[in-house]
Design a protein around this ligand. Structure first.
Ligand code: NAD
Ligand code: 0WE
Length: 259
C-alpha cells in the first residue's frame, strides 16, 4: 500500500511534462494519493485534462492566481468533489520577462516588483486563506522556492526578493496553522529545465556550473523533487513544519569546489 493512500491532494502549476508539479504528481500517484489539478488558463485546459487521466483523476479546475476571486471560486468548485482534503502543492511563480535579465537596480519597476510578489508569494497565503476550512488535520501544504531567495544570483533579480517573501510566508503560515495540525514547508529546488527556465539567459551554463560545483556533481530531476513532496505530504514527515528543504545535490552548502 502506498504511503499516501487515502490522501486527497490538490496540485497547481502543471503546464507540461517537464513541470516540477508533474514530477510531484507522478510521485504522489505512485504512492496512491487521490489527485486534483488546476490549470492557469484555457490554453492549458486540454493538456491538463489529459495529464489528469494518466493520474486516474477526473478533477481539473481553472485558476489564475492573479485574480483573487478565481482562487475563491476554485475552492467552491473543488468542494463539489471534496468537502475536505489533505494537501496543496503551490508550484507557481511569475515575473514579467523584462525583469529577469540585466542590472537588477536599473531594471526593477514597481509594476514588475508587485506582479512578482503577488503571483509568486501572495498567491500562496491567499490559497491557504481560501481553503483553510477544507483542510483535514495532518494536512500538508508545499510551495517551491529557489536559492535566489538567500543569495544574489545573476538575472534572477526581482524573483529573489519574491522567493524570500515566499519563504517567510512559509514560516508565518506554519506558525499560525500548526495548532490545527497542518504543516507547511517549501522545497528549494536546484535549477531544472522547464518552461519557466527555458527562456532564461545562460540557463545551460547555470546547469553546467551546478554539475561542476554541487557535492553530488550533477543537477536534480523532477522525480527527486516529487519524492520529497510525497514524503512531506505523508504522515512520515509528521514532525516537520516551517522548513525550507533543499533538493539541489547539496549545491547550497558548498563553496570553492572549482579551485
Ligand atoms: P513551469 O513553467 O512548468 O511551472 C510554472 C507554473 O506557474 C506554470 O504551470 C504556470 O501555469 C504557473 N503560473 C504562472 N502564473 C500563474 C498564474 N497567474 N496563475 C496560475 N498559475 C500560474 O516551471 P517550473 O520550473 O515547474 O516552476 C514551478 C515552481 O518551481 C515555481 O515556483 C518556480 O519558481 C519553482 N522552481 C523552479 C526551478 C527551476 O529551475 N525550474 C528551480 C527552483 C524552483
Ligand atoms: O523561479 C524560477 C523561474 C521563475 C520565472 C520564470 C519566468 C520565465 C518566463 C518567473 N517568471 C518568468 N516570466 C516569464 O516571462 N526559477 C527558479 C528558474 C530560474 O529562473 C531564472 C534562474 C532560474 C534557476 C532566472 C534567472 C536566473 C536563474
Amino acid at each position: 500500500m502506498g504511503f499516501l493512500n487515502g490522501k486527497r491532494i490538490l496540485i497547481t502549476g502543471i503546464s507540461s511534462k517537464l513541470s516540477i508539479a508533474y514530477g510531484i504528481a507522478e510521485a504522489m500517484h505512485r504512492q496512491q494519493a487521490e489527485l486534483a489539478f488546476t490549470y492557469q488558463n484555457n490554453k492549458l485546459k486540454n493538456r491538463v485534462e489529459e495529464f489528469a487521466k494518466n493520474f486516474d483523476s477526473k478533477i481539473t479546475l481553472q485558476c489564475d492566481v492573479s485574480q483573487e476571486n478565481n482562487i475563491k471560486l476554485l475552492f467552491l468548485s473543488l468542494s463539489e468533489y471534496w468537502s475536505k482534503f489533505d494537501g496543496l502543492i503551490h508550484s507557481i511563480a511569475f515575473a514579467p520577462k523584462n525583469q529577469l535579465n540585466g542590472d537588477y537596480v536599473n531594471k526593477v519597476t514597481y509594476e514588475g516588483f508587485k506582479i512578482a510578489h503577488k503571483i509568486s508569494s501572495y498567491s500562496f497565503v491567499c490559497m491557504v486563506k481560501e481553503c483553510r476550512m477544507m483542510l483535514n488535520p495532518n494536512s500538508s501544504l508545499i510551495t517551491l522556492s529557489y536559492l535566489g531567495s538567500k543569495r544574489a544570483i545573476p538575472n534572477y533579480n526581482v524573483m529573489g526578493p519574491a522567493k524570500a517573501s515566499l519563504e517567510a510566508n512559509v514560516r508565518y503560515i506554519a506558525n499560525i496553522i500548526g495548532p490545527e495540525g497542518i504543516r507547511v514547508n517549501a522545497i528549494s529546488a536546484g535549477p531544472i529545465r522547464t518552461l519557466a527556465s527555458s527562456g532564461i539567459k545562460n540557463f545551460r551554463k547555470m546547469l553546467a556550473y551546478c554539475e561542476r560545483v554541487a557535492p553530488l556533481r550533477r543537477t536534480v530531476t523532477i522525480e527527486e523533487i516529487g519524492n520529497l513532496a510525497a514524503f512531506l505530504c505523508s504522515n512520515l514527515s509528521s514532525g516537520i513544519t516551517g522548513q525550507i528543504i533543499y533538493v539541489d545535490g547539496g549545491f547550497n552548502i558548498a563553496t570553492m569546489n572549482e579551485l
